[in-house]
Ligand binder design. Sequence first.
Ligand code: ARG
Length: 407
Amino acid sequence: SSVYAQTYVLHADSAIDVVSGKLISPATVVVEDNKITSVGKSNRKAYPKGVEVIDLSGHTLLPGLFDMHVHLTSDAHVHGYKRLQRTASRAAITGVRNAKRTLDAGFTSVRNLGAAGYADIALRDAIIDGDVPGPRVNAAGPSLGITGGHCDNSLLTHEHKVFSEGVADGPWAVRQKVRENIKYGANLIKFCATGGVLSKGTKVGAQQYSQEEMTAIVTEAHLRGLTVAAHAHGTDGIKSAIKAGVNSVEHVSFVDDEAIQLAKDKGTYFSMDIYNTEYILGEGEKAGILAESLDKERKVGATQRASFTKAVKAGVNMVFGSDAGVYPHGDNGKQFSRMVKFGMTELQALQAATINSATLLKQNTQLGSLEAGKLADIIAVKGNPLKDIGVMENVTFVMKDGKVEKR
Ligand code: ARG
């Protein structure tokens, strides 16, 4: 890179201030080096030589998007027993392709909520080193889970003696596992509070970690300055996770009024993957998803969407989390229209994927909105997503850290 700061001037039909909800039209955003230096009404003056002017007429500018629940090292066409053929090194290579697809879809930040062999951390570091393109990856490493739980692997019999790396039982064992993940580079912690859809033999609604274990995980992670995400479909597990102090609950399918109130009191974020069900029920069988998982999905999908509507109405803090990796990376944006269909305004859906997510990650002074002083993660879509949220499925321009990644 050059010793001189690169300056870009972006002219667009408008820019969305996701904090106030106001539209700036027409808009000009100036980027110097990797920072936004001004956002305002268009000013098509002459700029000094060396400044690159990018004409985005017909487009709306937005801050780079966050997907708070992805598995970059997993592929949508590899499920069930097919996953036994995938090594962590093979998965890391898949992750390279998926990181690019995710970035091209406008997602300049992700939380990678679980990967075997620390493949997500290798990928994150390769992106930081500039070896491969990709979003800013906040990585969990192996997800913590109980023996035989959703975050363990139960596809083989006891004779094979296979346990997932994140398995830990008991308060001190889970604290040790948190410490181990931090040692090897995790910058957030993921654990499985309940059973799941895609795991063999788990009851999707049943709690797995005890309250005591969840509290130990969260206490240890927070002590070390990391945020925590809990996979939880079932009501009791959701409540225990919130009481333990997790920063976000993932899925949140069988939530009740008491859990919603608890989340509101504690400021807990919900990250609900409400597009996922369409892919699982449509394409899942071909991809190797087990029959029992398809059965579970039939009980979860519609309920989760009704729960989403309730949580939005109640005013719970919401982020955008898709669980991409279960469905194809790059299709992350498809969830926006479902979030609007099931109760959000267009602005709320955009806030979930920008300022709310940045706030949950404690990165909101740097990212999450188009403001002077913030890092230059900027995208553009054709048309106006406040009128037609569907345009979020076609991101035409992506800048990350002041670098043009797609145009
Ligand atoms: N990874 C999640 C699980 O296996 C996916 C759940 C998908 N279903 C849904 N309706 N969101 O539990």
